[in-house]
Design a protein around this ligand. Structure first.
Ligand code: AVJ
Ligand code: FE
Length: 452
C-alpha cells in the first residue's frame, strides 16, 4: 500500500517528536552530578545508570528487527537494559555499582543506537512502510517509543527528586507561594453516563489498556472542587491520622496499617520535619510547607484521609465523568495526519508538559474547569482513584509489548488520572491511564474525595 503524503508528513513529525523526547531525557540525566550516576535514589528501583541504557534499549528492541530488519550489535546490553523493576512485596535489589557497565560503554551503546535508528528511520520513511507482520503501522511503534520515553521523563523526575540536593545541579524555578482563603467545597455531579476508553476504529493512538471504548452509567455523587491541599492533609496528621489504625484498613484487611507501622511512616515522602515546623522537599530546595499546594501521597495515605473525612476516593469512571461529562473520544485523524480528539480542554493553562518542577496552588488557575466546574483535574498532580488497574472489555495486549499493562493486572495497582507538572502534553489525553502500587509514596500524585 503506497504511503499518502499525509502519512509521510505524520511520520516525519513523529521522528521530530522522538528527537525532542530525547532532549527531555538527556536534560534530566544532566541534572545529576556525574559522580552520582551510579546511585540508587529509590531503594526499590534500579540505579540511575540503568535508565540511561534503558531508554535506547527499549527503542532498539522495539524497532531493530520488526521495522528495520537489522541484527543486534550488542545483545547483552539489549537484555541488561530491557526492563525496569516494579517489585510487589519482594526484597530490595542488592546489585552494586561495579555490577554495571562503565558510563563510556553505556553512552557508546546509546549513541550507536541513535545513529542507526535516525539513519534507517528516514530511509524507511522515504519508502512506503507496510505495517509490521503484527499488523501495526510504523507510526504506532514510534508513538510507543515516544510515549515510553516521555513516561520515563516523569518517572525519572520522581527518582531524581529523591536524590540528595547536593548531588544535583540546581535549576532556577520561581515557586508559586500564593495563598488563598478559599473554603473548599464539593460539587454535585448528576447521575449520567460516561465513556471510558478509546474505540479501535477511532484511528487514535492509545496504549493497549485504553481500548476498548465503553459506556458506564454512574449514580449521582459529590466531588471535591479542588485537589486536597497540604493544609488539609496537615489537619489530618494533627488529628492523629497516622496513629489511628481504623483509618488504615477495615479490620479484616489491615495491610496499610502494617505498612505504615513496619516502615514507621508518619508523613508524606515530600515532607520533612525541621524542629517544630514542616518543610517541603522540592526538586532543588527545601522550603517551608506550601499549604495550598496539592498534597502528594500514596494510595494508602489518600484512602486514610478520605476515611477520616467520612468520604472515599472516586472510582475511575466517577473521576472521568467529573472531568469530562459524557464526552466521547471518537474523531479520527485530522488533515495534517495528527490524531486529535473532539475535546480540546485548555491544557496550556494547567501545570503540565514540563512547565515547572513543582506544583502550584490548587487555587492558582480558574481555567481548566470541567463541564461541572471541578477545578484542576488535568495537570498539577495525578489523582488516585479507587479502581484497581485492570483491562477494559475488549482488551488485547500489544503483541510487540505484551507485558506493558497485563503484568500489572494483579489487584495491587490503582488507576491514576489527570497528569502532573512533569507529564508530557500527549499523555494528558482523556483516555490515558496511569497506575502505581498502593504503597508507593514518591510520585506526583494527590487526590480528591467523593461522597455518596
Ligand atoms: C505507566 C508509569 C506505571 O513506570 O512503571 C515505563 C511506565 N512501563 N517503562 C512505569 C513504564 C515501562 C509505567 N507507568
Ligand atoms: Fe521502561
Amino acid at each position: 500500500m503506497p504511503a499518502t503524503s499525509n502519512d509521510v508528513i505524520a511520520r516525519h513529525d513523529l521522528i521530530e517528536q522522538l528527537i525532542d523526547a530525547r532532549h527531555r531525557t538527556d536534560e534530566l540525566f544532566a541534572v545529576v552530578k556525574p559522580e552520582a550516576l551510579y546511585e540508587r535514589p529509590i531503594p526499590e528501583r534500579h540505579r540511575i545508570v540503568f535508565y540511561i541504557g534503558h531508554l535506547e534499549a527499549f527503542d532498539w528492541n522495539l524497532l531493530h528487527e520488526r521495522v528495520l530488519g537489522l541484527a543486534s550489535f550488542h545483545p547483552e546490553f539489549d537484555r541488561l537494559f530491557a526492563f525496569g523493576i516494579d517489585p510487589v512485596g519482594g526484597g530490595m535489589p542488592t546489585d552494586q555499582p561495579s555490577d554495571w557497565p562503565s558510563l563510556a560503554a553505556v553512552r557508546q551503546y546509546v549513541d550507536k543506537i541513535r545513529n542507526v535508528l535516525d539513519e534507517r528511520m528516514s530511509e524507511a520513511l522515504a519508502d512506503s512502510v507496510p505495517p509490521t507482520s503484527e499488523g501495526f503501522p510504523l507510526s504506532t511503534l514510534l508513538e510507543v517509543a515516544i510515549e515510553h520515553r516521555l513516561m520515563h521523563a516523569e518517572t525519572l523526575a520522581y527518582m531524581l527528586h529523591q536524590l540528595p540536593l547536593e548531588k544535583k545541579i540546581p535549576q532556577a524555578e520561581v515557586l508559586d507561594l500564593s495563598s488563598s482563603s478559599i473554603a473548599p467545597h464539593s460539587i454535585e455531579i448528576p447521575a449520567g453516563a460516561v465513556t471510558l476508553g478509546l474505540s479501535r476504529t477511532s484511528g487514535l493512538f492509545g496504549w493497549d489498556n485504553e481500548f476498548e471504548a465503553h459506556a458506564v452509567d454512574i449514580p449521582a455523587f459529590a466531588i471535591d472542587q479542588y485537589k486536597v491541599t497540604n493544609r488539609q492533609y496537615l489537619d489530618f496528621m494533627t488529628a492523629g491520622g497516622y496513629e489511628t489504625p481504623g483509618l488504615w484498613g477495615d479490620g479484616t484487611n489491615a495491610q496499610d496499617w502494617k505498612w505504615i507501622s513496619d516502615r514507621k511512616i508518619c508523613h508524606p515522602a515530600f515532607w520533612k520535619r525541621d524542629g517544630d515546623r514542616w518543610m517541603y522537599r522540592t526538586m532543588f530546595e527545601d522550603i517551608p510547607l506550601p499549604l495550598d499546594w496539592p498534597v502528594y501521597v500514596s494510595h494508602a495515605e489518600a484512602k486514610a484521609f478520605a476515611r477520616w473525612e467520612g468520604k472515599r476516593l472516586p472510582t475511575e469512571a466517577e473521576w472521568q465523568r467529573a472531568a469530562y461529562g459524557n464526552m466521547l473520544v471518537t474523531e479520527s485523524t485530522s488533515p495534517g495526519g495528527q490524531a486529535s480528539s473532539n475535546f480540546k480542554p485548555n491544557f496550556k493553562l494547567g501545570n503540565s508538559d514540563f512547565a515547572r518542577w513543582s506544583p502550584v496552588s490548587v487555587y492558582a488557575s480558574s481555567e481548566g474547569q470541567s463541564p461541572f466546574g471541578v477545578h484542576g483535574m488535568i495537570g498539577n498532580g495525578w489523582e488516585w482513584t479507587s479502581t484497581t488497574f485492570g483491562p477494559f472489555p475488549g482488551f488485547e495486549p500489544f503483541p510487540f509489548y505484551p507485558g506493558y499493562s497485563s503484568d500489572f493486572f494483579d489487584g495491587k495497582h490503582f488507576v491514576m488520572k489527570g497528569g502532573s507538572a512533569r507529564t508530557a502534553a500527549c499523555m494528558l489525553r482523556p483516555t490515558f491511564r496511569n497506575w502505581f502500587q498502593a504503597h508507593y509514596q514518591y510520585i506526583y500524585t494527590g487526590f480528591r474525595c467523593v461522597s455518596r
